[in-house]
Design a protein around this ligand. Structure first.
Ligand code: GLY
Length: 495
């Protein structure tokens, strides 16, 4: 955990932000429910526990079955959890008291978990606003529904409480939490660099393990072992595939063949639960063919362009569009598209090649806070999400501010089913050279991703050892694996 002052300051800041939502005495309570354990096969064999990220942010306690109420009028805070009894001690050993856990994060009141129901019932009976976040887990949906008497569907809906008395999650609380978590504090940036180091180490191990004839799963196991050794685990299910044209391919049962491109999109979650998320694409034979290199270089240049444009005040949506323009210019040089590049940008032709956005927010979640609402997190109030393929999938469009941490992940994919669909429908027929695209049907895909911190006057990449990305550097790294790996002994900070 961080020092308790961090959590105290965050909750004070949250109370300050919520003060603007209603006059004193009318603000109500903020109700937080931490995650519970979830049975994998049966109660005593649960999935590995992962705490709710907003709970971690404000309360730090990385244990199941906890709740908290912040009285937004009086400032009083209460932690709800149960002290262990002898039956628990037999299996888990002695545990610190709930009161001492509360004290560790600067809370001086605690009560049993079940007493949370009493507190919420009392607040409801006296007509107070109950602010809560939309839950990401079904248990928390049921818990919030039972605590508040709201139906399960409405528990997940976000709207301003003041509009209708609040039969849903609190738009005011969501907005306040997003405004805080979007801007990373120095202690969080340290953790993101740590998660970056771990992610870069796992990627180096993966790259050095590529061999013709082995099964992809072999590499996945090696790289995930690095993270389990030094951190909490992977920050999302690893994507490692010779079918990179499938954007999220989690199946690793294929034998590695010569001449293919292998997309590795993977990240680490460190012991403080901060994430990294990197992607590199490797020629399985160790050298790119000239056809592969041509496309690879375009993606690489888009990645570099996005980074060079990243600074406070610039909307990430505009950076997405700038990379789309560069991509189309360069695809035009290869005669894969034809015509006026501005017209192609306006028509969304880049979406045929990159049907996803340039990046997303990152922090305690690899797609930070998307449980609170993708548009609320990724879009400024005056920005509207596009309906175009590609741009419409952009998850971070906001004007950047120092402290934002985002991914920079352009890609080019040749997706036979999508190309056939566009061709059959006549989509982009004035621009796309469908005849030439025929020869790319078995090309696969390329994605290149770094994690980027927006600084006061520009940006820097997180993680100490940027993975080789220029095609010559990638080939060099693959030909001399041990020389190119970042220090395998780099310490991973922990809680
Ligand atoms: N890197 C995986 C994702 O962004 O979804």
């Amino acid at each position: 955990m961080f020092a308790k002052d961090i959590y105290i300051a965050r909750r004070r800041a949250l109370i300050g932000k919520m003060a603007a939502t209603a006059p004193e005495g009318k603000r109500g309570i903020a109700l937080f429910v931490g995650n519970a354990e979830a049975a994998a096969q049966y109660k005593d064999n649960a999935y590995k526990f992962r705490q709710d990220s907003s709970w971690l942010y404000y309360f730090g306690l990385d244990e199941p079955w906890m709740g908290a109420v912040i009285d937004l009028d009086s400032g009083e805070e209460t932690l709800y959890a149960d002290d262990v009894e002898i039956d628990d001690i037999i299996w888990m050993g002695p545990q610190p008291s709930v009161a001492s856990k509360a004290a560790a994060v600067g809370i001086d009141r605690s009560a049993p978990y079940g007493a949370m129901t009493v507190a919420v019932t009392k607040a409801l009976a006296t007509g107070r606003n109950i602010h809560f976040l939309p839950p990401s887990r079904y248990f928390n949906t049921m818990k919030l529904a039972s605590l508040t008497g709201i139906d399960e569907e409405s528990v997940g809906k976000v709207a301003p409480i003041d509009e209708d008395g609040g039969r849903h999650a609190s738009g005011e609380l969501v907005k306040a939490v997003i405004s805080m978590r979007l801007v990373k504090e120095p202690c969080e940036i340290e953790q993101l660099d740590d998660a970056g180091a771990l992610g870069q180490e796992m990627h180096s191990v993966a790259r050095d393990s590529i061999r013709i004839g082995i099964v992809e799963q072999d590499i996945v196991g090696k790289m995930e072992g690095v993270v389990l050794q030094k951190g909490w685990g992977v920050s999302f299910p690893t994507i490692l595939t010779q079918h990179g044209e499938t954007l999220h391919n989690h199946i690793h049962d294929t034998i590695i063949e010569p001449g293919k491109l292998m997309v590795i999109d993977a990240g680490a979650e460190n012991n403080m639960h901060y994430a990294s998320d990197f992607t590199r694409t490797y020629p399985t034979s160790g050298r790119f063919t000239s056809k592969q290199r041509d496309i690879y270089q375009i993606v690489c240049d888009c990645n570099e362009l996005a980074f060079s444009l990243t600074r406070p005040g610039v909307a990430y949506r505009d950076i997405h569009i700038a990379t789309a323009r560069l991509m189309l210019e360069r695809l035009k040089d290869l005669d894969l598209v034809r015509g006026d590049v501005d017209a192609m940008v306006a028509e969304g032709i880049a979406g045929l090649f990159q049907p996803h956005g340039l990046g997303h927010n990152m922090g305690l979640d690899v797609h930070d806070m998307e449980d609170l609402g993708e548009n609320l997190v990724g879009y400024d109030p005056d920005q509207k999400r596009s309906e175009q393929l590609g741009l419409g999938s952009l998850r971070m469009a906001r004007r950047l501010v120092p402290g934002n941490v985002i991914t920079d992940e352009p890609g080019i994919y040749f997706i036979p089913a999508l190309i056939s669909k566009w061709k059959a429908e006549g989509t982009g027929k004035d621009f796309v050279n469908y005849a030439k695209l025929e020869s790319y049907h078995d090309f696969g895909g390329i994605r290149l991703e770094d994690d980027v911190l927006v600084t006061a006057d520009g940006a820097r990449r997180t993680g100490p050892n940027r993975l080789p990305i220029q095609p010559d550097d990638v080939e060099d790294a693959m030909s001399s694996p041990a020389m190119s790996s970042p220090a395998m002994s780099s310490p991973a900070m922990s809680s």
